[in-house]
Design a protein around this ligand. Structure first.
Ligand SMILES: Nc1ncnc2c1ncn2[C@@H]1O[C@H](COP(=O)(O)OP(=O)(O)OP(=O)(O)O)[C@@H](O)[C@H]1O
Ligand SMILES: [Mg+2]
Length: 394
């Protein structure tokens, strides 16, 4: 927390004074309450008027315990993502794609300070030796940051706001994410204990849709979640959440998603959920789905539903499972892929629902069953298979 030219427009004696106060507060390690900030300012031995002390105290407080210039953006309930790529380049997503936000940081050092402080709040390290961090803040916000020189030019900070409450299926229907005729099909999918993955590109709303679907799981069932960072907050009375963690500075204490999936299986889950399948845990999830843990689910990054088998194949073979075994587990364990995409206006919607089918050569492909057409879901070649999976409903 040193260096840097300080705040723009602090009006309380300039950068040197604020830096001194910053250091004093950082050294004391105490919570930077307004009173402590004011006391630290006064301790610099300069005569300041009340207005000046208050102004500087507020700026320092924002920097030390808030998110500084990002505060008003994060306070806007429509904002889901805030991305800082340079001190004067801040972008927000209000549901219609990225827009430039009219805020800026005084300098690159201020962005770095904010990223490091948020990382510290999340109990993680961010410095030259470990120049990136992916963590969750106490309020659930997910943060990612990369320091220069790895991030060329400026610290890159990405914040993802997590809603305190999951969307209901009705809300997702109203928002245009689920088509008007989609809710009964999704409900039937959950009731029939079909295993599914929610796929889509980055930020398409996979985690959000998965949380809503988990809210439909029967009250008497036990949901066990395994996540890299605990994001899923399904509205359900019986949820057990497990969260991975990185190794500490001595390199000890690493808990991987793979460890969590293995532990979750011993915890009598009625529904095993892997927040995001992106590594060797794909193998454990497929094994679980093949050994009586039906109704399991998760999310996976993929540009189209049809890419999901290839994506799982890449993850599984990297973890040592051979291709034929992987496809055989995939074909037997996973039944449906619900794919999300953002349309041209930036709106998140279920683009298609695919079922899985094994080819004559034993490889698994996906077959479109529903596609969001002009007026709701249009049935495609795989519809009959989907209908039989969900018990002939709708
Ligand atoms: N249908 C929706 N309407 C409005 N906001 C949404 C909707 N779906 C998701 N969001 C918001 O968009 C942001 C991204 O959603 P989410 O985290 O579910 O995406 P994701 O696809 O899981 O992202 P990632 O690729 O990072 O895992 C969140 O802040 C979420 O609250
Ligand atoms: Mg996600």
């Amino acid at each position: 927390m040193t260096g840097g030219a300080g705040f723009g427009g602090a009006g309380a004696g300039g950068a040197g004074l604020l830096d001194a106060v910053r250091q004093r507060l950082a050294a004391s390690g105490a919570e930077p309450t307004p009173a402590r900030v004011a006391a630290a300012l006064r301790a610099q031995g300069r005569l300041l008027g009340d207005a000046e002390v208050l102004g500087a105290a507020e700026e320092l407080r924002c920097e030390l315990i808030g998110t500084g210039p990002l505060e008003p953006l994060l306070a806007d309930p429509a904002v889901t993502d805030v991305l800082v790529s340079a001190p004067d380049r801040v972008w927000v997503d209000r549901g219609a794609g990225l827009e430039r936000a009219p805020v800026s940081f005084p300098d690159a050092a201020a962005v770095r300070r904010l990223a490091q402080r948020l990382a510290a709040v999340a109990g993680r390290r961010l410095d030259d030796a470990r120049p990136w961090v992916d963590a969750r803040l106490p309020d659930g916000t997910r943060m990612h940051a990369v320091l220069p020189p790895v991030a060329v030019g400026s610290t890159c900070l990405s914040l993802r706001v997590v809603r305190p409450r999951a969307f209901t299926l009705e809300e997702l229907t109203t928002a245009g994410t689920v088509p008007p005729d989609g809710a009964p099909i999704l409900r039937a999918l959950i009731d029939a204990r079909v295993s599914y993955l929610v796929s889509g590109g980055t930020g398409t709303g996979k985690t959000t849709l998965l949380a809503s679907l988990l809210g439909l799981v029967g009250e008497r069932e036990r949901i066990v979640l395994a996540e890299d960072s605990a994001e899923l907050r399904p509205d359900h009375p019986h949820v057990v959440r497990l969260e991975a963690r990185p190794a500490n500075q001595e390199g000890a204490g690493l808990v991987t998603l793979r460890d969590l999936v293995r532990q979750a299986l011993r915890m009598r889950p009625d529904r095993l959920v892997v927040g995001e399948v992106r590594g060797p845990e794909a193998v454990d999830l497929l094994a679980a789905l093949n050994t009586g843990h039906e109704g399991g689910s998760g999310t996976v990054h993929a540009n189209t539903a049809a890419d999901v088998p290839a994506r799982l194949e890449a993850l599984g073979t990297a973890a040592g499972l051979d291709r034929a075994a992987l496809h055989s587990q995939l074909g037997a364990g996973l039944s449906v892929v619900v794919h999300l995409a953002r349309d041209r206006d930036g709106r998140r919607r279920i683009a298609e629902v695919h079922v899985l089918e094994r080819d004559r050569d034993g490889l698994v492909r996906t077959v479109p069953a529903l596609r969001w057409g002009a007026s709701g879901f249009a049935r495609e070649r795989g519809w009959e298979r989907l209908r039989s999976l969900i018990g002939g409903g709708s």
